[in-house]
Each structure stands twice: as structure tokens, then as C-alpha cells.
Design a protein around this ligand. Structure first.
Ligand SMILES: *Cc1c(COP(=O)(O)O)cnc(C)c1O
Length: 385
């Protein structure tokens, strides 16, 4: 089975791990800050805080933003459940903004009208989590101007988008988001096994995030209430978590980060080739231009169901039977039973629901050969005939 995504690990990634295993530190030691610095440098951010997953990163970003009971977090329904769950961890209410069907990203027009209505109801969100679907950011400039007008914090869920750009700047640089979250799960663009990070430019936020990652504890006397008792002393100044990344993970991350640009070139070439090979099919293809604005985590096509005799489920089953590990991104979050119990219904976000009915994710990862890609295309063409 050709998977829809997978890690590319080489001998040097393995060597980097072995080196840590022979060193004095296994959990957070010198490699974690080295990885954080490299990450911040690559993304032109001032600070990076590496954590155990993007889910943990989203959680502490929401806590650092001050999100709590009585507050609202809004996100896209076309995402993985973690983009919404972070609000629930904080005891906040979650709501969604429907997507633009062409990009799969939050629709800025719909966001603006929902903000206007919510202002009248006194129910403005404290946090908005845009999701860079498949590796391409939404219109972050429009989002930023709305955030100024309505006073919400922007936490970009860029789990798909490390190495992507918006308006000529790297995603994570902080020009348009207060905090940016990356995932280093093995199917994502670079991996640390499990892992994630929050990037920001604000020093106070950075300090908060660092403490939240490790039990809410500080060893910095300037951050303490009263004086330090001595060199052994630490204080827990707020309630935090154990969301630390290990040096073992950071070593993989540091090694992977040095290969990010190569991975991106390969992903972009494969995306362009898919677009060429699939140009005449009854499909909607992802927007290709500008090619560098996406990290191409996923290549999602939408079936033109009125021109295809089969359902998406049939196309999916036929391709799986051919050994092609197609997937579906995403089941709209509001359709999950947990969110339905909070009051959401089918029909609430029709574009996300339509996207779900039509979407099919084709295999895309560094190391996917042209021959394998030809097999994917042949199988898809046969399946939709
Ligand atoms: C993968 C993913 C996450 C969660 O990442 P983990 O590192 O597995 O916690 C969150 N949001 C989106 C959009 C994702 O794709």
C-alpha cells in the first residue's frame, strides 16, 4: 500500500538519535533549545517553544492567550479535532466558521459577518484558530486586520505548513499571527516522532509558554513571588503541564529541519506533476499558485460528483483495492458526536460538509517515485470512469 503520507528518515537522523542516547540527557537537555533556535531562525520568529505534540502546543497557546470558561474559540470545521479541542481543554466554548470550498480554509467573508453578528450579541471570540489546510495559510492579512478590529488573539494551526509562506514571509514569522503552532507527527512535513512547537515574537508570551510546558514552574528569580530561597529553589507560579519534548525527539527534529528545504522542493514538484497528470479529469484540483506559498502537506482533490458516476466511497474503496492509500481530510469537526452533543448539527457548515463529501487525499511525500505517482493517477482515472 502506498500511504498518503509518511516520514523520510535517513542515516543522519538515526545517527543524531544515537548520539543523544550516548549523552547525559535524554529528556529536555541541550538539544531542545538548539532545535528551538533553529526553528525560530528558519521561520524568522523571535521565539520557539518545543513541546510533546501540536495538540499540547495548541493547548498551552490557548492558556497563554488567557482563554478560559465563558470565552469563545473559533476555528475551521475542516480540520483535525485538535484545533477545536484546545478550546474545550480550557473550559471555553467552541464555534466554527465555514470554509471557502476552493482552498478548504476558513472563509474570511464569513468570519467577518459572524464577527459583526457576534458583536451585537456580546459573544466575540477571545481566540481564533485559522488552519493552514493542506499546507497553505488562509488570508492571514485579512484575519490580522479583523483581529485588530475585534480584539481576538490569532493562533495559527500551521500543523501542515512548516516551510510555507504568506505574502513572501515564512509561516511562523509572527507578522500575522500572535502564535503559530507546528506538528512534527510522522505524516507531517518534518517529524520528531511525536512533537510540536509554538512560535511567537512576544517575550512575555514566550516565558508563559515555557512555564506552561513544565508544570507552571520557574527557576528565574525575576519571575518569582518574593525572593529565591537558594540555588535549588523553584516556584510554581501557575498551573502547568508536562508537555516537554525530549532531546531524543529534538535531535531528530534538528536533523529533519536541515532537510526541510529539500523536502519542500520534492513536495512541490510532486504537486505540480499531479496537477499536470490530472488536468483533464472531473476533479477540482488544489490551487497551485504561488507554489511556494504551500508546504504541500496534503494533495487533496475534490470529485465533481455530478460528472462522476461513483460516490467518493466507491472511488476510495477501488483505489484502496489497488494498493493506493488514499485518505479523506477532513470529517468536519462539528459532525463528531462529541461536538453534536454540544449542539452542532448536520447542515451548520455546508461548505465544510460538501468538502467532506467530495475530498480525496492522494499520496504525497518525499520519496514518492514518479512510477508510484503514475500508479496513483492510473488508479484514480480508472476509479472515476
Ligand atoms: C496533526 C494535526 C494536529 C495535531 O498534531 P499532533 O502533533 O499529532 O498533536 C493538529 N492540527 C492539525 C490541523 C493537524 O493536522
Amino acid at each position: 500500500m502506498i500511504p498518503y503520507g509518511r516520514q523520510q528518515l535517513d542515516e543522519d537522523d538515526i545517527e543524531a538519535v544515537v548520539e543523544v542516547l550516548r549523552s547525559d540527557w535524554l529528556t529536555q537537555g541541550p538539544v531542545v533549545p538548539a532545535f528551538e533556535q533553529a526553528l525560530a531562525l528558519r521561520c524568522q520568529a523571535t521565539h520557539a517553544v518545543a513541546v510533546s505534540s501540536a495538540t499540547a502546543a495548541l493547548h498551552i497557546a490557548c492558556v497563554a492567550a488567557g482563554l478560559g470558561p465563558g470565552d469563545w474559540l473559533w476555528t475551521s470545521p475542516n480540520t483535525f479535532v485538535a484545533s477545536a479541542n484546545c478550546g474545550r481543554y480550557c473550559g471555553a466554548e467552541v464555534d466554527f466558521v465555514d470554509i471557502d470550498i476552493a482552498s478548504g480554509n476558513m472563509d474570511m467573508g464569513k468570519l467577518e459577518s459572524k464577527l459583526q453578528q457576534s458583536e451585537q450579541l456580546g459573544r466575540l471570540p477571545k481566540v481564533v484558530v485559522p488552519v493552514a489546510f493542506a499546507g497553505r495559510s488562509c488570508d492571514m492579512a485579512a484575519l490580522k486586520s479583523l483581529s485588530r478590529r475585534y480584539g481576538f488573539v490569532v493562533i495559527e494551526d500551521a500543523s501542515h505548513a512548516i516551510g510555507a509562506e504568506f505574502a513572501g514571509q515564512p509561516v511562523g514569522c509572527g507578522s500575522h499571527a500572535d502564535m503559530t503552532v507546528f506538528s512534527f507527527h510522522p505524516v507531517k512535513v518534518i517529524t520528531t516522532g511525536e512533537g510540536g512547537a509554538v512560535l511567537c515574537n512576544d517575550f512575555a508570551l514566550y516565558q508563559r509558554l515555557g512555564e506552561l510546558r513544565s508544570h507552571g514552574i520557574t527557576r528565574d528569580e525575576c519571575r518569582m513571588e518574593g525572593n529565591s530561597d537558594g540555588a535549588w529553589y523553584y516556584q510554581m507560579t501557575g498551573l502547568g503541564f508536562n508537555y516537554r519534548m525530549t532531546d531524543i525527539q529534538a535531535a531528530i527534529g534538528l536533523s529533519q529541519l536541515s532537510k526541510l528545504d529539500g523536502f519542500l522542493i520534492e513536495r512541490r514538484m510532486l504537486a505540480r506533476r499531479y496537477a499536470e497528470l490530472l488536468a483533464q479529469q472531473p476533479l477540482s484540483l488544489p490551487c497551485l499558485e504561488p507554489i511556494d506559498e504551500s508546504a504541500w502537506h496534503l494533495f487533496v482533490v475534490r470529485l465533481s460528483l455530478e460528472q462522476v458516476a461513483s460516490s467518493r466511497a466507491q472511488v476510495f474503496e477501488r483505489m484502496r483495492a489497488d494498493g493506493i492509500g488514499v485518505n479523506v481530510h477532513y470529517i468536519p469537526v462539528h459532525m463528531q458526536p462529541y461536538y453534536r452533543r454540544l449542539g452542532f448539527q448536520f447542515g451548520d457548515f455546508p461548505m465544510a460538509e460538501r468538502h467532506y463529501r467530495e475530498a480525496l487525499t492522494l499520496p504525497l511525500f518525499p520519496g514518492l517515485t514518479e512510477r508510484q505517482q503514475n500508479d496513483v493517477v492510473a488508479s484514480l482515472k480508472k476509479a472515476i470512469q
